[in-house]
Design a protein around this ligand. Structure first.
Ligand code: NAD
Ligand code: UDP
Length: 317
């Protein structure tokens, strides 16, 4: 594959840092833009000696002029705790930030991949969720800044494509986990693992009967890069793992894999928390030959290993 100039917004975050690692090792000229809200230099510190990597502290809601061939637009806090911390900022990131990146793609004729989300389906009335489903989203709830923000980011992509011929790729990511999630990220997999490793109570919100489909980061990143580097399909396409588990099942798996003394503690369910979520991956399979290969157990073991090492080295909390 020919070497490219690639911009990754949110490249110091969880998913972005894995993409950066692959692109840098392939010899591409990589620029990471990040405001370090939830990401960190530590996530990419192992890449800093590479001459083909540039790290820029920048907020995508502000304009920037760069010349690149491809843009992975990942900048946006993904954990409910973080995107609800400043919901107006989350909307600005998704609207103004995506506008700025689409404007850049238009100006320099770059291909842009937008990281959208299963949240565009809201609390889905169809199960599993296909790309043709338009969703069931509350416009005024605590998750709306993210859900509606991502929905408008998709709209912006398709309007730039229709009106300005911008070369877009839109992916809808389902719950992904793995090494380099922030230790205080707040999402369920990292929460349960960190709680278990510290023998603290495992906090289940609600009765734990809600479901999610958990994808290990390596599977997701393979799908993202396939989507970026094929020429005939702009999406939107679901990416994730279609194994479906209740939150209670996840807690029990983490407890058994860590041998923790932790007990389960039930806490109130946040409002608008989707009750079921599973991707229909047939489009990803047909167009990208994508399947997720890593089982939940295998992915959890790798992630437990990461947090175990991290917590021992950092001696935090
Ligand atoms: P993350 O929070 O680890 O990464 C987001 C990165 O974006 C961080 O480095 C953060 O500092 C940066 N950022 C946030 N706002 C910014 C801004 N205004 N300007 C510049 N940088 C900014 O989360 P992640 O899980 O790696 O998610 C990456 C992308 O994938 C996000 O767009 C998210 O919405 C999307 N996504 C992730 C999941 C998942 O399960 N991990 C699911 C659906 C969608
Ligand atoms: N959850 C939980 N305990 C936690 C964190 C999350 O029970 O400590 C639940 C949450 O209510 C939701 C599911 O786990 O039903 C997934 O939450 P997460 O924040 O990971 O992502 P979401 O898919 O809701 O955006």
């Amino acid at each position: 594959m020919s070497k490219k100039r690639v911009l990754i917004t949110g490249g110091a975050g969880f998913i972005g840092s894995h993409i950066a690692e692959i692109l840098v090792n392939e010899g591409n000229e990589v620029i990471i833009l990040d405001n370090f809200f939830t990401g960190s230099k530590a996530n990419v510190s192992h890449l800093m000696d590479f001459k083909n990597l540039e790290l820029i502290r920048h907020d995508i809601i502000e304009e920037i002029l760069l010349e690149v061939d491809q843009i992975y637009n990942l900048a946006c806090p993904a954990s409910p705790v973080h995107y609800q911390n400043n919901p107006i900022k989350t909307i600005k990131t998704n609207v103004l930030g995506t506008l700025n990146m689409l404007g850049m793609a238009k100006r320099v004729n770059a291909r842009i991949l937008q990281a959208s989300t299963s949240e565009v389906y809201g609390n889905p009335l169809e199960h599993p969720q296909k790309e043709t489903y338009w969703g069931n989203v509350n416009t005024i709830g605590i998750r709306s800044c993210y859900d509606e923000g991502k929905r408008i980011s998709e709209t912006l992509c398709f309007d730039y494509h229709r009106y300005n011929n911008v070369d877009i790729r839109v992916i809808r990511i389902f719950n992904t986990y793995g090494p380099r999630m922030h230790v205080e990220d707040g999402r369920v997999v990292s929460n349960f693992i960190v709680q278990a490793l510290q023998n603290k109570n495992i906090t289940i919100f609600g009765d734990g009967s809600q479901t999610r489909s958990f994808c290990y980061v390596d599977d997701l990143v393979r799908g993202i890069m396939k989507m970026m580097n094929q020429d005939n399909f702009i999406g939107p396409v679901n990416l994730g793992n279609d194994g479906e588990f209740t939150v209670k099942e996840l807690a029990e798996m983490v407890i058994s894999l860590t041998n923790t003394k932790s007990k389960i503690e039930y806490k109130p369910l946040p409002s608008d928390d989707p009750t079921r979520r599973r991707p229909d991956l047939s489009l990803a399979s047909e167009k990208l030959n994508y399947t997720a290969n890593i089982s939940l157990k295998e992915g959890l073991l790798k992630t437990i290993n990461y947090f175990d090492t991290f917590l021992k080295n950092e001696k935090i909390i």
